[in-house]
Write a new protein. Structure first.
Length: 90
């Protein structure tokens, strides 16, 4: 499976993220980067807030990666067909 170079995050999470301390937000960001790069999940040492936030973002990362691969497959198939026919010179 091919992996994209990044993932989307949405502004509707801003209010929830503001509830975290800066330290928690930093740990969450690092955990998301690690998960996106390696698939490895970080242990939050019993911090339930981080666990909940991570699970929400993890689902979005998984969806983004799945969608990316679907688009790659669609484009790969289209490329096998040779692309759009050339326009006539008329």
């Amino acid at each position: 499976m091919k992996t994209p170079k990044g993932f989307f995050t949405y502004f509707h999470h801003a209010d929830t993220l503001e509830m975290l301390s800066d330290e928690q937000a930093g740990r969450l960001y690092k955990a998301l980067m690690r998960y996106g790069n390696t698939g490895e999940e970080m242990d939050f040492g019993g911090d339930c807030a981080l666990g909940v936030m991570f699970s929400l973002f993890k689902k979005e990362i998984d969806y983004n990666f799945e969608r990316y691969n679907e688009i790659c497959d669609i484009r790969r198939e289209a490329g096998k067909k040779g692309g759009r026919p050339r326009k006539s010179e008329e």
